[in-house]
Design a protein around this ligand. Sequence first.
Ligand SMILES: [Zn+2]
Length: 341
Amino acid sequence: MPEIPTNLLEVIRYYSDEQRCIDLIASLRWPNGPLCPFCGALEGERKHYWFATQKRWKCYACRKQFSVKVGTIFEDSPIRLDKWLAAFWMVCNCKNGISSHEISRDLKVTQKSAWFMLHRIRMALRNGSLVKLGGEDGGPVEVDEVYIGGNPKNKHQCKKEALLALDGTGAVIQNPKYKNKTGHGTDKVPVFGMLDRETRKVRAQVVPQVRRDVLMNAILENVEKGSKVYSDSYGGYKSLPELDFIHDTVNHVNEYVRGEVHTNSIENFWSLLKRGLKGTYVAVEPFHLDRYIDEQVFRFNNRATKDNPLTDADRFALAVSQITGKRLTFAELTGKVPPSN
Ligand SMILES: [Zn+2]
């Protein structure tokens, strides 16, 4: 694999040469040499013909031509590869994420293009791992639900006021009656998360409702049976032992931690997610929330730890290596047609 620069300034300088962008992407998607996307012919004894001026290969077997962008999130994009790679670097390595306004300003693309780029990048960041969390010999898995969003600007004035009350001294406080008002009747979106405390990997997704069957399905899909699962005392988790999980709860009314039974790690992830959403994105439409979550999950699961000292360049290479087999058209993104994958 070609060498990868170590900071954003170097990334911008280094990849201003289009050939270096092509070399990097080709080496990450085809570690064994370019593979024809039409007939699958791999380079070996015979090489594909390289048209240096058009920056395309011609397949030695089927004679069709292909570029490095074919079959990736870059396909059909008029944006130059150096801008794409710089955007990848920024998204992977800015702790709280980056807004389309910043991308637009820094990379000199329109805000609409920047917004579309960000969504395609988030698609690449999406975890496709089929390895489940936990396991009988594995670490405990913390599960938790959270409600995200709800732009206060969208709330009716009377609703906003209903959430307030006066305390004994006449000061305005949050009405204790509505202190835990989330979910039903609000415009917040429920998100469900699972975190393996041993591997420090998290999975999170928007769920249609916080209901027993929805949560159980998500856990069955993502967590190995026989795992220890820690949750709060929400009744929806009660059937976990019937499904062969070892279940323990903390009751948040009077305790937060009981020995190793707690959900602090997943709650730490929620606060990172909320901070990122609050600081960078003015308002997230529920429709796009899943992609913002994918982005934060990628950064969380690939952050540097003592056991796994990943660098900014490692995270960047990993993200760029995930560009294939994923496409997202503008019509899909704006909800005009259902996504094709
Ligand atoms: Zn071919």
